[in-house]
Write a protein that binds this ligand. Structure first.
Ligand code: FAQ
Length: 311
C-alpha cells in the first residue's frame, strides 16, 4: 500500500469528498462496500416477495395498481444497487450466486409472512419508513455511486411510505374488523421493523470502521431511535397501539424509551431460521433457474446480431 495514496484517501473522506470508482481505496473499504451494497441490493430484490403475495388479492383495482408499481420500484432499486456494487469490481452473477447459495445476507425483515392485506399496508408504513431513516443517512456515504443511488431511492421510498400510511389509515378508520386487522399487523411488524437497524451498537462489529470511513453516517441505535421518535406520533394519529408496554416519552431526553428487542429472534432470522427464510431463498433460486432460457436467448440474439454486423 502506498502511504501517499492512503493519506490522500483519508483526507478526502475527512473533507466530505466522495470516493469514486477510479480512485484508490483501501481493500477493506472496497470489501465493506461490496458487502453492504450487495446485501442492500439483495434486500430490495427479496423484498418484492412478501408484497408480491398480495398482488392477486389486493382489495381494489386502485390498490392493485399502486402495489404493482411499488414492487416494480423495488426491482429498480435492486438494479441501481447492483450497478453501484459493480463499480467496485464485482460481477452481478457473483453477487447473485452468493445470495443463492446462502453466503450473502439480506434484510431480516423480509423473512416474515404477510398474513392479511393489512400486512401490506404495515410494510409500506413501517418497513419503508425504517428504510428511509437508514437511507437518508446513507445519502451522505463517502462512496459516490452508493450515495447518489440513495438520493433517488429515498424519493421513491418516501412515496411508498405515504401510500402505506394511507392504506393503514383506511383500515384504522374502517369497520371494527378492519381496525382489528390494522392493529394485528402493527403487532406483527413493529419489532421486526426495529430489528432492521441491525444489532445494538455495542454488538455491531462493523460499525466502528464503517463510521470512521463515513460509509455509515449514524449508528444503528441512533437511527433506530430516530425511527421510533418519528413513528409513535403516527401510530397515535391512527389510534393504534404499539405492542411495547415499556414505551414511554422520556421528558428529560425528549426521546421515547422503549423495551428490549428480542435479540435471539433477530440472530435466528439473520442466520437463516426465520419463518420464511427457506421459502424466500428457494423462490429466488427458482426465479433464476426459470429465467435461464431468457438469458440464453438474449445472448444468442446478441451473438447473431454481432455476426450479421461483421458479415
Ligand atoms: N438483517 O456490524 P453490523 C429495503 C448483519 S430496506 C440481516 O451492524 P453493518 C427497502 C450485518 O450484515 C432493507 N442482517 O453490520 C424495502 C452483519 O453481517 P455481515 C435493506 C443484518 O453492515 C422496503 C452483522 O449482522 N437496507 O430493502 C441486519 O455495519 C419495503 C453485524 O451487523 C439496507 O440494507 C438485518 N436487519 O450494519 C424493500 C441498508 N442487521 O455482513 C421492499 C444498508 C445487521 O458482517 C419493501 N445497510 N445484519 O455478515 C446498512 O445500513 C447496514 O448494513 C446495516 C447493518 C445497518 C443493515
Amino acid at each position: 500500500e502506498d502511504p501517499a495514496k492512503r493519506t490522500a484517501f483519508d483526507e478526502k473522506v475527512a473533507a466530505e469528498g466522495k470516493i469514486e470508482p477510479r480512485d484508490w481505496m483501501p481493500e477493506k473499504y472496497r470489501k465493506t462496500l461490496v458487502r453492504q451494497i450487495s446485501q442492500h441490493a439483495h434486500s430490495e430484490y427479496v423484498g418484492m416477495l412478501p408484497e408480491g403475495n398480495w398482488v392477486t388479492r389486493a382489495p381494489s383495482l386502485r390498490r392493485k395498481a399502486i402495489l404493482l408499481s411499488k414492487i416494480q420500484d423495488e426491482a429498480g432499486h435492486s438494479l441501481y444497487l447492483y450497478s453501484a456494487a459493480e463499480t467496485l469490481g464485482v460481477s452481478r452473477d457473483a453477487m447473485l450466486e452468493a445470495l443463492h447459495d446462502g453466503r450473502a445476507k439480506y434484510s431480516s425483515i423480509f423473512n416474515y409472512p404477510t398474513l392479511t392485506w393489512a400486512d401490506v399496508a404495515a410494510i409500506g408504513w413501517l418497513v419503508d419508513g425504517a428504510a428511509i431513516v437508514n437511507q437518508v443517512s446513507l445519502q451522505r456515504c463517502s462512496y459516490g455511486p452508493y450515495s447518489r443511488a440513495m438520493v433517488r431511492i429515498c424519493k421513491e421510498e418516501s412515496f411508498h411510505q405515504r401510500q402505506g400510511y394511507e392504506a393503514m389509515m383506511a383500515l384504522a378508520q374502517g369497520t371494527p374488523e378492519q381496525k382489528k386487522m390494522a392493529q394485528e399487523a402493527l403487532n406483527r411488524w413493529w419489532w421486526p421493523s426495529l430489528m432492521m437497524f441491525g444489532p445494538s451498537d455495542k454488538d455491531s462489529p462493523n460499525s466502528e470502521q464503517s463510521m470512521a470511513w463515513r460509509i455509515k453516517r449514524d449508528s444503528n441505535d441512533d437511527l433506530r431511535q430516530r425511527f421510533v421518535d418519528m413513528t409513535i406520533p403516527q401510530a397515535d394519529y391512527l389510534g393504534l397501539t404499539v405492542p411495547d408496554p415499556e414505551l414511554k416519552l422520556n421528558a428529560e431526553t425528549g426521546h421515547y424509551d422503549f423495551g428490549e428487542i428480542d435479540w435471539d429472534e433477530f440472530w435466528q432470522v439473520v442466520n437463516g431460521n426465520g419463518i420464511c427464510n427457506r421459502e424466500r431463498l428457494q423462490n429466488r433460486r427458482d426465479a433464476w433457474d426459470k429465467g435461464a432460457w431468457v438469458r440464453e436467448a438474449a445472448m444468442a440474439h446478441a451473438d447473431k446480431k454481432a455476426a450479421r454486423k461483421l458479415a
